[in-house]
Design a protein around this ligand. Sequence first.
Ligand code: SF4
Length: 223
Amino acid sequence: MKIKEKSTKIIAILEELFPETPIPLNHASEFQLLIAVLMSAQTTDKKVNQVTPNLFEVGPNAKLMSKLSVETIQSIIREVGLAPTKSRNIRNLSRMLIELHEGNVPNSFKELEALPGVGHKTASVVMSQAFGIPAFPVDTHIHRLAARWGLSKGTTVEKTEKDLKKIFPKELWNILHLQIIFFGREFCPARFHDLTKCPICSWCATKKRIKKEMKSSINSKNS
Ligand code: SF4
């Protein structure tokens, strides 16, 4: 199947399965979204949504957050993975926003990625979800699915992002990255895949990959 045909079919399936794409991380401002996304590395969105109400009560914006001590932030977000580093980044990032951007979240990759704890993926999520600027944030799940669906042979998330941006129309990037995440959460179990029963892999994955996945599935079942 040609890649254009494949991508058109994937878009149609995802659109039918997930016509709505609500932003998974709760927030009331661009600043709060940035903080929530920064916290979401190495943890679940659910866990982040559990701690942000208390955090945003005392630090709803860059000005008030910058006045909190790292210890205070850490005590509030302690259940989130890597809490000590994230707490330091949240405080320092808030100070930088005050010093450099009048407390506002900048809407450029360059300025976002210059903030502590903000890598390309976090910046992409903020550009896409806070500002509606087309971006394709690729996390490990999207990276894995792009390979399974035969959309990218990328060995890094950077290469996968480039490939997906070439394949899918720009105006759909912001919706598609969420739809693929939702699809992965709902359909893709971590282990024991039967690719032939999947709404996408069953027709989209190459025979070679189906064979490979089935074999590793049987091996992990037997181990
Ligand atoms: S087989 Fe289906 S469920 Fe498994 S990775 Fe592929 S898309 Fe996800």
